[in-house]
Design a binder for this molecule. Structure first.
Ligand code: 9WO
Length: 245
């Protein structure tokens, strides 16, 4: 999968390109990451990409022309792809949305700065807005990196089989189960014995039970959306019996 990022700060994207899952995915060719700087498409002598807002007020607004030229250059560089503007106004990314993006061959991510982009650029060149949550950060680059990480880990081969994203509790619509590693006991707190048993089926059931129970406690809305199998209902009933206050 190819990610094209329209950004005034291409070096920010480097911060994910050399590390962890994304770094390995780039090295293995599972993903490509290409940046396009609108400043390179500003035609005036000072390479201006922003200007004062009509109607007055603080800050600056990103101009249409450099953004549109950068997007057009990105479009022409490879296969057709949707242009996604990272913005709090967008649909909030969830695992379903990540899985939908992971089915694409390519996506062009537009990162805003200043007070935002001229609305006419959105009308002319943006296919969808995408939010990573109900808060505002200083630019679209960090949200873009979150999207790239969340989508890339769903791609075949990016996570080793042992870490397959499909096995993620969240991929199953649940919160995560608790994790433990050595030492077996620390400050009097022992690892749950089932995890030392070598009984993989018992471990699977225990983890599913914990994920169901934690979801019930902290995000019951996710359970309501999801529905439960008979096994899951039985496991959750057992958890709730142990945790009723
Ligand atoms: C800023 C803003 C403030 C209040 C309500 C809505 C808002 N939208 C934006 C906006 O799109 N700002 C531009 C992009 C310019 C400033 C930096 N930008 C940005 C995007 N800040 N935060 C995001 C973002 C993107 C995706 N998910 C969460 C936040």
């Amino acid at each position: 999968m190819r990610f094209d990022v329209i950004t005034l700060f291409p070096d920010m994207l480097s911060s994910i390109m050399g590390y962890g899952v994304i770094g390995r995915a780039l090295d293995a060719g599972h993903i490509q990451l290409v940046t396009w700087n609108p400043r390179d498409y500003a035609t005036d002598r000072h390479r201006v990409v922003d200007d004062r807002p009509y109607g007055g007020g603080p800050g600056m607004v990103m101009k249409v022309e450099p953004l549109r030229a950068a997007i057009q250059a990105a479009r022409e560089a490879a296969a057709p792809a949707p242009v996604v503007y990272l913005s709090p106004e967008g649909e909030t990314l969830d695992n379903t949305g990540s899985q939908r993006l992971a089915e694409l061959e390519r996506v062009i991510l537009l990162c805003g700065r200043y007070e935002g982009v001229d609305e006419r650029l959105i009308d002319l060149a943006v296919d969808q807005r995408l939010s990573i949550g109900d808060y505002v950060v200083s630019g679209g680059e960090l949200p873009a990196m979150v999207v790239i990480d969340a989508v890339a880990r769903l791609l075949p081969g990016v996570l080793g089989h042992a870490d397959s994203a499909a096995d993620d509790a969240f991929a199953q619509g649940l919160l995560d189960w608790p994790h433990f590693t050595r030492p077996e006991v620390i400050e009097g707190r022992a690892v749950p014995p089932v995890l030392l048993s070598g009984d993989h089926e018992a471990v699977r059931r225990w983890r599913l039970r914990e994920a169901l129970g934690r979801t019930w406690l902290k995000r019951p809305d996710l359970l309501a959306q999801r529905g439960l199998t008979d096994e899951e209902q039985a496991l959750l009933d057992g958890y709730r019996a142990e945790h009723k206050d």
